[in-house]
Design a protein around this ligand. Structure first.
Ligand SMILES: CC(C)[C@H](NC(=O)[C@H](C)N)C(=O)O
Length: 732
């Protein structure tokens, strides 16, 4: 039998797997598994909201709430996975079983997105939506169970593969592990939206959500297979019974015992957990102390995630009000999020190989908790940048009417100039087919407008908080019409376009993607959303057929006017005039890069370090539990976003960014104080001492000697200041 195998069980011993450059070979299978799994998770997540909105036909609010609930669930289930792994199945089996559950969930999602299954009338839309909703909800539940369940196990299982002589390699492993997370996330968030945009279907073609979910499902199967292939090489720590149950009972006993002995006649004990000594093993008590110390330190951490996770919501919404034209490429608002994994892939190696060694060379002890504090500070700084960008955006946004105001624009549908008299604005002259450049603001409910050339006078009713356009007709006998205009920027950086038909006959307008439909004479169409770039509009009215093109930026709104003079042979490109109701976004998306840089640098210092810290400070039998505790901070952070956004309801977006930055800054100060009093421990060493002590017990040591040793060990655990990560302990 090989010397790296346990003689009794034949299983591998820790840190004895085949090595490549000092790293256990088994690690390769674990990082590839993580890469595929994160591809699967982030790929599916990237198109999820659009699937809810456009396939299941949910409204924005429902889609957003279900999306956030799903994300929060994904970070709550790690607790379950950790308990199962640490106390029952062990990490290896837990990963295998839950990966199967996960893959089934992904397949269910892919199947739920095949519209042909229930498209009995073959019109391209499902006829039994309940089937698709139920299947996708079951799928999402299984995915949340799977992804969350395996998450703490995979990281801790990876850490388990290193022996005590491989401390440095283990730290690098956590960095590489993080790179794999972000490599998977980056690739999938680029690829799955492209897959979604394809058309597929048996009877009728639709956007291909089934492919966008199918590829992540396939990647999850690959992740599982890769993990199983490495099976023979892993060190598999045995689960140590119902450890969570024992922990809870032990804590419960300590509290009740303390309460029973609250009278002054009983001498106090050094730590409240020491009240459990009357019934419980000292090793277990020491392990619980280690976990509680770390969990206490976790209390302020969710605030970091509260800010971090707004990349996908607030920052993406901010990008929708910005200009994404980068010359050779045009970036969509949601694509800005890929800046985060791109920066992670660049910053992690730079930090590990340049920044941290440089800091060390300068003689500074940049301990994990110091890094995490700096990470929090950088995240707060990112939100200050976001606030500054928001202030710049706000300067360019149109001033929409308040609840006490209404706004009016004029459009001359005639072939001759007209002059309109507006209360408070004097005479406004409009050429043929021309609209006023700006909206006029009024506080009255009704105004009287007189038009000369031809002479007309009308009382116009205005609506508070609304924008309208008054269509001044061709002749006195024609009807005066008021349109309802937009009072918000168009969504997702699209452009809202509508047409006013000044001709005496109906006209059909369309582009290759959008149909405006038939517009009756002297009437107007609804708004349609046009993406940025060049769009060509086709007009067709009886014999008349022509086209014209316009370039669009992001977030604008135009009213195009089809003049009464348009006839067979007319040049539409020149004849059709456009009124700019809302200007396109002018603040460039590149201005978001600094905030992405700071949040990502913060993430590297906070999250990569926190992942490793959670592993290194956990007792051997509670590694996965502490990883789950770490992930729980992500879930709580997500809930805080929902709560603060609902409760704060600040009128200006930049003030909300400043609020979040200030909150994190306060939390950062609190954390740095807590971290200052934290003493790093080496769980293996402490556990070994306690185990040795049990052996000594068997040798019948005298009471006095034993007491002395216990005192020394307790002191080791609670107060020590030697150097970190050398088997000794240190302060922040
Ligand atoms: C939730 C974690 C911070 C981590 N996410 C990332 O690294 C993102 C993609 N930068 C994960 O484990 O998914």
């Amino acid at each position: 039998m090989a010397d790296h195998e346990d003689p009794k069980t034949g299983k591998k011993n820790k840190g004895t797997s085949k090595e490549v450059c000092g790293y256990p070979l088994s690690i390769f299978f674990i990082v590839v598994n993580e890469f595929c799994e994160r591809f699967s998770y982030y790929g599916m997540r990237a198109v999820l909201v659009l699937y809810f909105k456009y396939f299941l036909r949910w409204d924005d609010d429902l889609a957003t709430s279900i999306y956030h609930t799903f994300v929060a669930l994904c970070y709550l289930t790690p607790i379950l996975g950790a308990i199962v792994a640490d106390s029952w199945l062990g990490k290896f089996k837990t990963i295998i079983y839950l990966s199967i559950v996960y893959a089934i969930g992904q397949v269910a999602m892919a199947v739920s997105a095949i519209h042909d299954i229930t498209d009995t009338d073959r019109d391209g839309t499902p006829n039994n939506m309940t089937f698709h909703v139920v299947l996708s909800m079951v799928g999402l539940f299984l995915i949340a169970l799977g992804t969350g369940g395996i998450k703490p196990c995979v990281a801790a299982f990876g850490g388990d593969q290193f022996g005590d002589h491989q401390e440095r390699q283990r730290r690098t492993f956590f960095s590489v592990f993080y790179l794999c997370i972000n490599g998977g996330s980056l690739l999938s968030t680029i690829i799955t939206p492209i897959l979604r945009a394809q058309n597929c279907g048996i009877y009728s073609k639709q956007k291909c959500y089934s492919l966008a979910f199918g590829v992540p499902a396939a990647l999850m199967v690959v992740a599982l297979v890769v993990f199983i292939v490495g099976s023979g090489m892993y060190y598999k720590a045995k689960p140590e019974g119902n450890i969570m149950g024992d922990v809870c009972k032990c804590i419960g006993f300590a509290i009740s015992n303390r309460y029973k002995h609250r009278s002054k006649q009983y001498p106090s004990r050094e730590h409240w957990m020491d009240w459990a000594e009357d019934k419980y093993d000292k090793l277990l008590i020491a392990q619980i102390k280690m976990v509680l110390k770390v969990l206490f330190l976790y209390i302020p951490l969710p605030m970091f995630w509260t800010l971090f996770d707004q990349k996908g919501s607030r920052w993406t919404l901010q990008a929708t009000t910005m200009d994404g034209n980068f010359g050779a490429i045009v970036i969509q608002p949601d694509q800005m999020q890929t800046v985060n994994p791109i920066l992670i892939l660049t910053l992690v190696p730079i930090m590990d190989s340049v920044i941290y060694p440089l800091i060390k060379k300068c003689g500074l002890n940049f301990t994990p908790l110091k890094r995490m504090t700096v990470g929090m500070f950088l995240a707060a700084l990112a939100f200050v940048c976001a606030a500054v960008v928001q202030i710049e955006i706000d300067k360019t946004l149109p001033v929409f009417p308040s609840n006490f105001q209404s706004q009016l624009k004029l459009l001359n549908m005639g072939n001759h100039p007209v002059t309109a008299g507006l209360p408070g604005y004097g005479q406004v002259t409009l050429q043929a087919a021309q609209a006023s450049e700006e909206y006029f603001t009024f506080e009255e409910d009704q105004i009287s407008i007189s038009v000369s050339g031809p002479e007309m006078k009308r009382n116009i009713s205005l609506i508070k908080g609304q924008r309208q356009t008054l269509l001044i007709p061709l002749t006195i006998s024609d009807e005066w019409q008021l349109t309802a205009d937009l009072t918000t920027k168009p969504e997702e950086g699209n452009n809202a376009i509508r047409f006013v038909n000044g001709m005496n006959k109906p006209v059909n307008v369309s582009t290759s993607e959008v149909v405006f439909g038939q517009i009756e004479k002297f009437h107007y169409s609804n708004y349609s959303q046009i993406r940025n770039g060049r769009a060509t509009f086709f007009l067709q009215s009886g014999q008349l057929s022509c086209a014209f093109s316009r370039d669009f930026g992001f977030g604008s709104s135009y009213t195009f006017f089809i003049p009464s003079t348009l006839s067979l042979g007319s040049n539409c490109q020149e004849s059709i005039t456009g009124a700019e109701d809302i200007k396109p976004n002018s603040v460039h998306m590149a201005l978001q890069v600094p905030q992405y840089f700071f949040i990502t640098a913060g993430e590297v210092m906070f999250s990569v370090t926190g992942l490793e810290f959670s592993y290194s400070q956990a007792p051997s039998n509670m590694k996965a539990v502490l990883q789950a505790g770490w992930l729980l901070t992500v879930a709580i952070g997500n809930f805080i976003v929902l709560i603060v956004a609902e409760v704060a309801k600040l009128p200006k977006q930049w003030t909300e960014y400043v609020l979040f930055a200030s909150l994190l800054l306060c939390v950062c100060i609190i954390f740095s104080i807590m971290a200052y009093f934290y003493t790093y421990i080496d769980p293996t060493e402490i556990e070994a001492k306690f185990r040795r002590n049990v052996g000594d017990d068997d040798d019948d040591k005298n009471d006095k000697q034993r007491k002395l040793e216990m005192e020394m060990m307790k002191r080791d655990l609670d107060r020590s200041d030697d150097e970190h990560y050398k088997g000794k302990q240190t302060k922040m």
